[in-house]
Design a protein. Sequence first.
Length: 51
Amino acid sequence: MFGFHPSKVATVKNDLLSGLTVALAVVRVWLVGHSGLEATDILADRYLSAG
C-alpha cells in the first residue's frame, strides 16, 4: 500500500486547480474573442471567482 504525504497531496491538488483555472481563462478569452458570447464570459467569471 502506498502512502501519500498530506503536503504532497495538497500540492498536486493546487497544481491541478491552477491548471484548470488557466485552461478556463484561455477558453473564455477564445470564446469571447471569436463569438462575443457575453453569457459565457459571465459564467466563467462566476466560476473563477468562486474558486
